[in-house]
Design a protein around this ligand. Structure first.
Ligand code: C2E
Ligand code: CA
Ligand code: CA
Ligand code: CA
Length: 274
């Protein structure tokens, strides 16, 4: 079944032939997705709540297969991780994201920061820091404009996470902890790391104003960030009320549909070019 979406894309829907077959088919297609230029990036603005200023963007990978349609990342990222294809894909994403920053610069749009997601497998690779440094050199992007996002659980489950993060820090790249609050991070451990940003997971933002527990968690993360001198950004902000709540409790950075969906590079240019 294929449904046609807003922007003319068909959206991938798994067929009923069984998960195994489906997986194998996806896997085969995915392996060739980069060379066939089916993969591209969308960028979602990160905004300063009180001024509406553009603080940065997060790169989000998209895969549009000619037959399957648009396959969502939640379906192909785990597959790419399992098959090892994530190494190639991750490299491609990093390079393209950095290149895009330079293109926007050249077009007169200053996007202060580019955030790129790292999967567990990429994070665990010994050569990752060198590769990041190489890409920065090749594209000419200043290291302090790149932020890498990893989840808490990835950090907690990686043996030498501290060494890795220290090395990244030495290169000049900043680090954000993604989906914060959903994992089990030891705060004592976190405190040792040169991490700059906590991203409050969307699940806590969603029911703000109806769920007192979620509100309490969001507030606790904001306060934690402040006391550890970290910047805090909320993801999945969809309403003005959520934004107002965050601002009221001392969080001035947000990302979410209320501000913008993930968009193509030219759309970003059109909306934000001064
Ligand atoms: P994430 O890193 O937590 O990314 C945020 C996800 O939330 C994105 O979904 C984004 O489109 C969605 N989102 C943003 N604002 C809102 C909102 O206001 N409401 C709702 N309901 N959703 C919102 P997307 O693009 O489907 O990506 C899903 C996940 O796939 C990402 O979660 C990330 O874990 C992974 N991913 C995406 N691109 C990459 C990539 O290049 N590399 C790796 N390793 N993972 C990626
Ligand atoms: Ca992310
Ligand atoms: Ca996230
Ligand atoms: Ca999330």
């Amino acid at each position: 079944a294929k449904a046609r979406g807003r922007n003319g894309y068909r959206f991938y829907q798994p067929s009923m032939t069984g998960e195994g077959v489906e997986r194998l088919r996806l896997e085969t297609y995915l392996r060739r997705a980069i060379e066939k230029q089916e993969v591209f990036l969308n960028f979602q603005p990160q905004v300063e709540i009180d001024t509406g200023k553009l603080l940065g963007v997060e790169a989000l990978v998209r895969w549009n297969h000619p037959e399957l349609g648009l396959v969502p990342p939640v379906r192909f990222i785990p597959l790419a991780e399992d098959t090892g294809f994530i190494d190639q894909l991750g490299q491609w994403v990093l390079y393209e994201a950095c290149r895009q920053m330079v293109r926007w610069d050249e077009a007169g749009l200053n996007v202060p920061k580019m955030a790129v997601n790292l999967s567990a497998r990429q994070f665990e690779r010994g050569s990752m820091v060198t590769r990041v440094a190489d890409i920065l050199r090749e594209t000419g992007l200043a290291p302090n404009r790149l932020q890498l996002e990893v989840t808490e659980s990835v950090i907690m489950n990686t043996g030498d996470a501290l060494a890795f993060i220290n090395d990244l820090h030495a290169v000049g790249v900043s680090l954000a902890i993604d989906d914060f609050g959903t994992g089990y991070s030891s705060l004592a451990y976190l405190k040792q790391m040169p991490v700059q940003t906590l991203k409050i997971d969307r699940s806590f933002i969603k029911d703000i104003s109806t769920d007192a527990n979620d509100e309490a968690i969001a507030i606790a993360i904001i306060q934690l960030g402040r006391s550890m001198n970290l910047s805090v950004i909320a993801e999945g902000v969809e309403t003005e009320q959520q934004a107002a709540f965050l601002l009221r409790h001392g969080c001035n950075q947000a990302q979410g549909f209320y501000y913008s969906r993930p968009v193509m590079p030219d759309d970003l240019l059109q909306r934000w070019l001064p």
